[in-house]
Structures are given as C-alpha cells and as structure tokens.
Design a protein around this ligand. Sequence first.
Ligand code: CDP
Length: 230
Amino acid sequence: MKKIIIAIDGFSSCGKSTMAKSLARNIGYLYFDSGAMYRAVALYCLENNLVSEDGIDTETLKGRMGDIEISFIADPVTKNSITLLNGRDVEKEIRSIEVSKVVSKVAALDFVRTDMIDQQRRMGESKGIVMDGRDIGTTVFPNAEMKIFVTASAEVRAQRRYDEIIARGDKADYNEILENVQQRDHIDQTREVSPLRKADDALLLDNSHMTREEQEAWLIAEFKKITGEC
Ligand code: CDP
C-alpha cells in the first residue's frame, strides 16, 4: 500500500493532537506534533530569560537557534510521543499556561519557522506520517495527499483544554484559558509568515458537536477514499 502524508491543521485546542494520534495509530503511521516543536522553543526562551515585558529577545534567540535541538521519542509504556529539548523530556512543561502565553509570539518569528519547517519536512521524507499544526497543509506539505482543517467554537475548545488540565490533576481557570485561546487564534491568523488558514484542497471538519468515535470513523472513511482502500 502506497504511504501518504496526512496534514491536520486548525485552531488551538480543537482536539487535533488526539485525532492525529489516534488516526496514526489506527493506520500504522507515525505521528508528529509540530506545535510541540514551537512550544519547546518557547520553553527554551522562558528558561533562558529571553522573554520580558517588552517581548522576546529575538536577536539572542536567532543566534541560539543552532543550540536548540528538538526530537521525539516514544514512551516505552504508553507509546505516546515525548518531546525532547536538547535530549531532556519536556513533554509536561511545554503544555503549561506560561508556555501557551508566549508560544504564538515565538511561532510568528520567521527564522524560527524556517528552522522548524526544515525539520518537519525531513520527518516526512519517507511518507506514512500524520502531522498536526497550523500550516502543515499550506506551507510544510502543500502536496500532502490528505488535508484536514479542524475547527470548533472558542468556548468548546476552552472547555476541552480546561477539562484536560483538570484531568491531569492541575489547577485551571476557564476564563484565562478562553482568553488565551482567542488571543492565539488572532495571532495565528493575522501573522505575516504562514498564517493559519484552510488550504483550498483541505477537508473541513467542525467537531463542536462530534463524539471522538464519530470523528475517528469520519477520518478513517476519508483516508480510505483517498488511498483507494475499501
Ligand atoms: O494544542 P494547541 O492546538 O493549543 O496548540 P499547539 O498545536 O500545541 O501549538 C501551539 C502554538 O504553536 C500555536 O498556537 C501556534 O501559535 C504555533 N504553531 C504554529 O505556528 N505552527 C504550527 N505548525 C504549529 C503550532
């Protein structure tokens, strides 16, 4: 069976990662979370005092890009993907609200995007991957055979993010999360480099009122249509 590239883009917190992960597992593909890479760069900035009231110290960050190595390994037990920043497991830290607050500013920097996009394209060289993000179907893999653009209302998305944090046993403030979701939507859609937009040939999926099972079935059906599998 010929392997393809599956690009899943969309707004923040609309369940792209869960969907991309389960699709990859169901069809035996590798899953890559491009957002985790931007989050890891944002964490690097926070840990190295490159973030202040005035914004990000872009000059220093530019000079340090060669020192930032991001990779993924599979958790030996759960098989979930773990993000490594210079070899250190940062999977939990990159999901914090502190990182969420600066990540879209970091991701709007052209030199950061060029570096990440190069790495992402290398990950797709042998196909058979599902990658989720904001610009996977438009910029990273414009020739991806299957493209999905996911959306849901901001309130539904904030509630999902809130539930996820509470389920992890951490504290969360719904209003703070909603504000963060809306702010990131705005930055992602209006930035100059690779703004978030639906690729013309992407399938639109509004999952505001879909269960996980319905969504999974929909994705598998689309995958089969595209690959000609019955
Ligand atoms: O999980 P969630 O959808 O909230 O976000 P994420 O996928 O972890 O991505 C975090 C942030 O990184 C986004 O809000 C974008 O600003 C940025 N990002 C991007 O610019 N391009 C990508 N391909 C992926 C993420």
